[in-house]
Design a protein around this ligand. Sequence first.
Ligand SMILES: [Zn+2]
Length: 208
Amino acid sequence: MVTTNICKCCFKTFTLDTIHSLMKETNYLCRKCQEQLIQLNLKGKEKGFKITFLYEYSAFFREILFRYKGCGDLELAPIFLDYYANYIQYRFRNWLFILAPSSKERISARGFSHLEEILKPYHLNTFSGITKKQDFKQSDLSLEARQNILSKLEIIDGSKLSGKNAMIFDDVYTTGATIRAMIDLILPYQPRKIQVLVLAKVFKIDEE
Ligand SMILES: [Zn+2]
């Protein structure tokens, strides 16, 4: 039996033709789009904690993230973790996903929490108690201000993290300043474990 799907990115129809795609419950991208989403599955350390980068921050990634986050194309939410669906679902089901902060203004302007929507299909536990005190965009800040990001974040209900396996989750990693600030914020609440999961890592910073 051949199943025909419609690619959520380019809207072309496609059939499942790889072992990987046949083994998954859902497939949202055609092979061509999936191949442009460059898988890294790269591991590293941040403040001594394990960090995993799933994709390279390519022009394609930037474009789909903009369509999703900037233009509010909510249909794209499930494509970001789809390739890793089985891994995410089974490996992390006992983890609490700590969402990287957006300001309340930005979330209400967008109408949805973009990180929460990405995780939704996997029924994972999420924590959105880390927020920005005032609205600022990281790219607008000087290097010094970026290093000082900790002073701009706050945590509410941090006690919910005590004894939990805390998975810090963010979409794009540039300098790592936000991630380090999040680690500093949650450490006092003594989570059982801390790890970091990032969708895309920037390798070359555009000085536009
Ligand atoms: Zn496609």
